[in-house]
Design a protein around this ligand. Structure first.
Ligand code: TXA
Ligand code: MG
Length: 345
């Protein structure tokens, strides 16, 4: 699928009480006519299409180069739409939705038969999320249909947190992009499987385990890591390469100085991603230093992490070394994405 022009709409982030704008109406029409439109959310930019139109959903997979067995999240503009997608809404899912929707939380629930297998990749469950972003919700409401949307990057690239990132990856491959400024949280939503007896976090994200446990009590988190191709994965996305940097990325706990010295000895050009506070320590020793933000502000580090990984990608270093973070709170999502980027390089 190729487009001569990818339409670009610029909208300021809509205020909560506003519901639309001419650009949103046009973009909504584009989706209802079976086209793909990228749009901002409070996590990352999504690539949306009518979830009820198989041909439109196909265009998402083609534009991204996404494997067809990796299911999509269906985005809704109001809670009522949930009932059109879920065959039952388990109590824990209802509790989570009441507590955190609209917001960066995706709930996996048993699907209605009418939900397309293209969207769910043949699974009997469907992933649903109501985004906490005025532009995203206005677009879904303008389209008048639930909107299937993965992150709007080419498969294997970091998720986009700016409209420029989407353009870089998908210009000419999708019908349009709504530029609503930087996405908010910067990493994807938390995905929680609500189809079993207890809720399980399949992917840490914008809503932390600690927040979920305040309403559900202790819950499980699926271990990070790839599942083998032969087993049916709980979170199908986990078996694929994610956020793969062009140069190998290594996570370094405490021995940064030693690792830098070793790579230097091997004649490598070295890039380091580290907290601002360590700039004076590492910058003089390496070819490229990218400050991730202050160690005291993990939310800020999360918000810009994908942009920083893209910058590291564009530089022509031989090896990228990145500091690690504690896995509590927002740190859990940050480390999950870094571990995936590191294990796939
Ligand atoms: O923040 C987000 O969630 C962003 C924005 C655009 O909403 N979307 C996003 O979509 O990250 P995507 O496609 O990049 O990631 C969706 C994840 C994948 O790992 C997929 O395998 C998993 O959710 N998933 C979708 N449906 C599922 C299901 N029925 N059962 C288990 N996992 C599912
Ligand atoms: Mg993605």
């Amino acid at each position: 699928m190729s487009y001569k022009h990818t339409q670009f709409w610029n909208v300021d982030k809509l205020e909560a009480e506003e519901t639309s704008s001419p650009a949103i109406t046009e973009a909504g029409l584009c989706i209802s006519e079976g086209e793909t439109v990228a749009f901002p959310t409070e996590t990352v930019y999504g690539l949306g299409a009518d979830a009820t139109n198989d041909n439109a959903v196909d265009k998402i997979f083609k534009a991204k180069g996404r494997p067809g067995d990796n299911p999509l999240i269906v985005h809704i503009g109001n809670v009522e739409q949930w009932g059109d997608l879920a065959s039952v809404i388990p109590e824990m899912a209802q509790t989570l939705a009441d507590s955190f929707w609209p917001g960066p939380l995706t709930l996996i629930v048993p699907k209605k038969q009418t939900v397309s297998e293209k969207v769910t990749a043949g699974l009997s469950s469907v992933a649903v999320r109501m985004p906490d972003h005025a532009v995203a919700r206005a677009l879904i409401n303008a389209a008048g249909v639930p909107v299937a949307a993965p992150s709007a990057n080419r498969s294997g690239r970091p998720s986009p947190t700016k409209a420029e990132h989407v353009l870089y990856d998908l210009d000419g491959r999708i019908a349009g992009i709504i530029d609503g400024g930087d996405a908010g949280f910067g990493l994807e939503s938390t995905v929680v499987d609500c189809t079993g007896e207890k809720a399980v976090i399949l992917r840490p994200g914008g809503i932390t385990r600690e927040q979920i446990e305040t309403v559900l009590g202790t819950i499980n988190v699926l271990e990070t890591g790839k599942t083998s191709d032969s087993e049916a994965p709980k979170a199908p996305g986990m078996k694929y390469r994610h956020y793969a940097p062009s140069s190998p990325l290594f996570l370094v706990d405490n021995e940064m100085e030693e690792v830098i010295a070793k790579e230097r000895l091997a004649g490598k050009k070295i890039g380091v991603l580290a907290v601002d506070e360590h700039k004076t320590k590492w910058e003089p020793l390496v070819d490229l230093f990218i400050p991730l933000g202050s160690v005291d502000n993990l939310s800020d580090i999360a918000a810009h992490l994908y942009h920083h990984l893209r910058l590291a990608d564009e530089s022509k270093v031989d090896v990228i070394l990145c500091e690690t973070f504690s896995k509590s709170g927002v740190g859990s999502a940050i480390m999950n994405r870094l571990e995936k980027a590191a294990s796939s390089s």
